[in-house]
Design a protein around this ligand. Structure first.
Ligand SMILES: CC/C=C/CC(=O)SCCNC(=O)CCNC(=O)[C@H](O)C(C)(C)COP(=O)(O)OP(=O)(O)OC[C@H]1O[C@@H](n2cnc3c(N)ncnc32)[C@H](O)[C@@H]1OP(=O)(O)O
Length: 717
């Protein structure tokens, strides 16, 4: 709703009231329409201020309403009516003015904000465009170039930047509503024509077409296959070239297409998933709202390889003091040189002041004795990690939280060598750890709710999307990756090339296909894990079946040939030299694959992009269902957030589990059965949960949690 009040001195105050962010629900829109009418009709009112309850102007349209039929007054005519009012109307912006919230403010004649306010048109991140006139008014206010930046990225800007851009008229460190009231009183009676943005021309640079073409190709490249950024550029082209009314017509047409698209549904699902995972719960019943997190002010990181360095930077950026420990002198010297520069760069990128002197470097594990939390980030080797954990248990004071950055080893085994297994959790970061948003917080059977809550809260402080997951080999992300990689390798055996597989996956929307990604992260990472698992190495017979399952030795043979990826200048592709970044196809790989097939009596067949997607993605999705069935992830949103924030799953496809729902669970089951029945394509046996969901009529993804819980109660899973 919206509250109407008359302030002394002829000012009407309209206060949006819809906690927590005063979203423009049907009731709020109706309230605004009624209040504006009242202000118009009251002859004693000479000016109007619109503000939001509880220090938040408005978080935009109510996204929850998008799923159902729209009711209440529509936004576009409501904002037009405000702009047309013949008494000055000011938006008093505190907290946030986002999406429809900023569009509402753009319909006002003046905008006055608190210095801590944040503004933006983030619709593109929800698969939409600013469809309440924002795509036509903002460029008229701040010019086409700046509007293109804001609208196609959806980025939030500070009040200071908004003032500089010309979005705001005034910024205050004091009460923005008081200032707005004072301001509208002072301008009452003055002409308003120049304040109505819809009547202004759109300031454009001389080479407007080339600017629009450049931005269009940039957005197509940045978010391959995404509709909304393209539509945003089209709407802005209309703003630059058409009169306002025709521009609005174009905005309406584009919005109608986007609004009903699967991509908008996927992106809105991703918005809510990100919030759902913050409300974590464990099978024990412990959860975010019944567990207490400790506030950490002093932490340590053990091991200063690539991951350790990134974790040190991520911690230091929050202002936490970090003891960074590395026992190898050479590595320590390098880290002491590199980490402060990384910290400075990242602080600059985030527009933060570099936290002074919060990192101390040491080669002595003894120096962590006073910290409250340790993150171990040594080499991925269980015996080494066990050694470190035993040492930490003896060095750290009682009550210290001990975390491991392992990417898939058993957390419980690490906990078992400490005196307080309840204080051990996994904190699985993704490279580069100071940049990537995902953090898997891994709880073992003995991890305490306090340890999980602390790791989750620490993740939040570092700006991560923390997802609490159970302990199993590979946890969620890497466990699902295994069947995906496996199918990609099988496809090479059967006739595909690395380029074909990568192209199909990149066309789907991944920033990098599986082989390009392996080259980037290094083929030796998986090789070492397979050697430890006894799947390859001296004495292991070179067959295509290992440990009773189909196995492709192709990646092992690449490593044996010294082709470790970008670091050696050769992998599935060739590069200009060691450390080269530009992948080119390599005839050596074609010959290698032909020879391999001939040796194993395999006849290459033609493989379609559809089969590549089905084999790779459905294998990954199927493992997702197994993970839900095993209660390693609490719900499909957890898996989807992990894949979107950590594995490059295209956000406009929601995540693997959401995608399964979009494709149709029946279809996924049918294709898995089809491939599984093929004599040489094992490992695709459909999960029981998938079968049960299909049998139950394929409920929407939002209902799966409830379904799984019921099935569990009735012991069907
Ligand atoms: C014609 C149609 C035109 C549409 C144009 C639009 O306006 S589309 C919407 C554009 N607005 C946005 O994209 C803003 C989305 N919200 C945010 O970015 C953030 O929530 C925030 C406003 C910056 C606040 O962040 P904070 O971290 O403080 O809180 P949460 O993100 O946890 O949010 C609190 C709860 O509020 C819910 N919520 C937030 N925004 C909306 C919204 N626009 N509609 C509905 N609900 C919203 C959010 O889901 C949280 O709910 P919980 O139930 O507590 O999880």
């Amino acid at each position: 709703m919206a509250r109407y009040s008359r302030l002394p001195g002829s000012v009407a105050l309209i206060t949006l009231h819809n906690p927590p962010v005063n979203a423009l629900s049907a009731a709020v829109r109706q309230g605004i329409v009624d209040a504006v009418q009242r202000a118009l009709k009251d002859p004693k009112v000479t000016s109007v201020v619109i503000c939001g309850q509880n220090g938040k102007f408005c978080g935009g349209a109510d996204i929850r309403e998008f799923a159902g039929p729209m009711s209440g007054p529509p936004l576009v005519p409501m904002i037009h009516a405000i702009e047309a009012v013949d008494k000055p109307v000011a938006a008093a912006i505190e907290g946030v003015a986002l999406g429809g919230g900023l569009e509402l403010a753009l319909g006002c004649h003046y905008r006055i904000a608190h210095s801590k306010a944040v503004l933006g048109l983030p619709e593109v991140t929800l698969g939409l465009l600013p469809g309440a006139g924002g795509s036509q008014r903002l460029p008229r206010l701040i010019g086409l170039t700046a509007a293109l930046d804001l609208i196609t990225t959806g980025r939030h800007v500070s009040a200071a930047e908004a003032l500089k851009l010309g979005i705001l008229d005034q910024v205050t460190d004091n009460n923005a509503v008081d200032l707005a009231v004072e301001f509208v009183r002072s301008v009452a009676g003055q002409p308003l024509d120049s304040r109505r943005l819809s009547t202004l021309p759109c300031p454009c640079p001389p080479d407007v077409d080339s600017l629009l073409d450049k931005v269009m190709s940039k957005v197509r490249q940045r978010s391959r296959g995404a509709l909304a950024p393209v539509a945003c550029v089209q709407a802005l082209r209309a703003a630059a070239s058409l009169p306002y009314a025709q521009g609005m017509e174009k905005e309406r047409e584009l919005m109608a297409t986007l609004f009903n698209s699967g991509q908008a549904r996927a992106l809105q699902y991703a918005f809510f998933s990100q919030r759902v995972v913050g409300k974590w719960s464990l099978p024990s019943g412990a959860s975010w709202d019944n567990s207490t997190a400790r506030t950490i002010s002093k932490a340590a990181v053990i091991g200063l390889g690539t991951m350790g360095r990134g974790i040190v930077v991520a911690l230091a950026l929050t202002g936490i003091s970090v003891v960074a420990v590395e026992t190898q002198e050479k590595q320590l010297a390098e880290a002491s040189r590199v980490v402060p520069a990384m910290l400075q760069r990242e602080a600059g990128r985030r527009r933060l002041a570099t936290p002074p002197g919060v990192i101390s470097f040491s080669s002595n594990l003894q120096d962590v004795s006073e910290v409250e939390l340790v993150i171990e980030a040594v080499f991925e080797d269980m015996s080494l990690k066990l050694q470190v954990f035993k040492h930490l248990a003896s060095v750290c004071r009682p009550g210290t939280l001990l975390c491991s950055n392992t990417s898939g080893l058993d957390i419980d085994q690490l906990a078992a060598v400490t005196q307080s297994p309840g204080l051990v959790v996994g904190m699985h970061f993704f490279a580069p750890a100071h940049v990537m948003k995902l953090l898997e917080v891994v709880y073992g059977p003995r991890s305490s709710p306090e340890a999980v809550a602390t790791a989750m809260q620490l993740g939040k402080r570092m700006g991560k999307v923390g997802v609490a997951v159970g302990n199993c080999p590979g946890f969620v992300g890497n466990r699902m990756l295994k069947p995906y990689l496996e199918q990609a390798n099988f496809l090479l055996e059967e006739g595909a090339t690395p380029q074909q597989v990568d192209e199909a996956l990149e066309e789907f929307g991944f920033p990098m296909g599986v082989f390009r990604m392996s080259d980037l992260s290094g083929l030796d990472v998986g090789w070492r894990i397979r050697k430890e698992a006894g799947l390859t190495g001296p004495g292991v017979e070179s067959t295509r079946t290992r440990q009773g399952r189909r196995y492709s030795p192709l990646p092992d043979q690449m490593c044996e040939a010294g082709r470790l990826g970008q670091k050696t200048g050769k992998g599935w592709y060739q590069y200009d030299g060691p450390g080269g970044r530009v992948a080119r196809s390599d005839p050596w790989v074609d010959i290698f694959l032909e020879t391999y097939r001939a040796e194993h009596g395999l006849v290459a067949r033609s493989i379609t992009p559809e089969e590549i997607l089905e084999r790779c993605l459905y294998a990954l999705i199927n493992e997702g269902f197994n993970i839900l069935q095993d209660a390693v992830a609490a719900g499909p949103e957890d898996i989807d957030a992990i894949y979107v924030f950590g594995y490059g799953w295209p956000r406009h496809r929601g995540g693997p589990m959401f995608h399964a729902g979009q494709v149709g669970l029946g279809r996924i089951l049918e294709r898995l059965n089809h491939h599984h029945s093929h004599p040489d394509v094992p490992h695709l046996k459909p999960s029981t949960l998938l079968r049960r969901l299909v049998a139950a009529g394929s409920p929407p993804v939002q209902k799966w949690r409830e379904f799984i819980n019921k099935e569990r109660v009735h012991s069907q899973l």
